[in-house]
Design a protein around this ligand. Sequence first.
Ligand SMILES: [Zn+2]
Length: 486
Amino acid sequence: MELKDLKPALVWNLFDQITKVPRPSKKERKIVEFLLNFAKTHQLETKKDKALNVIITKPATPGKENLQTVILQSHVDMVCEKNNDILFNFETDSIQTYLDGDWVKAKGTTLGADDGIGMAAALAILASTDIEHGPITALFTTDEETGLTGANALDPDFLQGDILLNLDSEEWGEFCIGCAGGKNTLGTFTYQWEPAPQDYFWFEIQVSVLKGGHSGSDIHKGLGNANKILARFLYNLSKENPVVLSKIDGGNLHNAIAREADATAGIPIVAKEKTIVLLNILQAELLNELPAEDRNVQLNIRSVAAPAHSIDIKTGNNLILALYALPHGVMGWSFDMPGTVETSTNLASVKMKENQTIVVTTSQRSSTASLKNDIVDGTTAVFRLAGAEVQSTEGYPGWKPNPSSPVLHISEKVFQKLFGEKPQVISIHAGLECGLFLEKNPKLDMISCGPTVLGAHSPEEKLEIRTVEKWWAFLVELLKNIPQSE
Ligand SMILES: [Zn+2]
């Protein structure tokens, strides 16, 4: 058996062709060429914008001309990850696919089912001669995986339509109807070097062995944040004694929950014993507070020689107060989608930079634009109280779930009719291209769905064959049931 022998043949045949075309993020020329040739072969109209996004339009089948226009959207780029023992050039080589029981996999590399299977389904609708549908626009975006830059730069004319089906979800049976928007807020503290008090007890404190995770999809788990734990210790210590800092560092990426943080600090020598006591108390408290996966957390202290210089007391104190006061974690849950995080913030990193500054990076998310701005402002207010300069990134927009979306209701009906069960309806707490589409065409009614893909973005990526067949049956039936345009 090969890919081409699987059913539905049209979809698998096109997926097979797509896997043979190189398409790393930001290097999409070859796959764009492939799409333009495909459109030519099928005598369909195409447009390409500056960011290499492509649309291919197909008229309605006879009698369906009055239906609403459906945009079938997928992204053309793929994450290029391979095992170390494999020689493979993603810019020139074809993905080596193979069948393994119920799954399609690739030999030692990412498969690119994310989102090659979405492309294949859209092309199959375009190539079909026996499926009833209204006017179709297939939209293919570039560079989804490294920053949604294709969708961000998308020509708004490419979104002329009523309904958008995003074909980039990875769990069959789930309909996604919302995502978070995001923004980063950075506080910059400027300090003076002062001679460090030489008669203090100087120590290095390290917080480590936390699990960490994605600041969107893992934020509801209550995992430990090394920056928050370090700040809590320093704050506790500073209640009774002046604390002088000479070094502080924590976390890394803006979208990761900090796993490690450390500081070098000094306190009057009389408080040395107290330091150890407070450390042990905090360690015990954390074991009682944190979820099971974070109970290996380590708080280690070791004495060090007094440094020559330390951060001026006022700035050091303001930094400790700010880090302790800055919120972290889930800020609010969705009313429309119970059990779904609506708003969150991540205290991502603390970094000492050149020219005597310390930059604290935080990252806010919400599916509701005003709540995203609210938590950005709240974070900004804490930074301002502490005398830091504050900057926010431009960020990206969210997609607020609309439980009364017409396309959701039709999709639920079709799903129930075909499979005799109810689909899950979810909203994710991470960014999707859909947020950007909605910004460009606020009237779009959208839903995201796809077959099951496991291990996406890794060489373990695999696509479940039977879910492709079901998903395809669903798409075909859904297109038949699209309402008339007004
Ligand atoms: Zn994707």
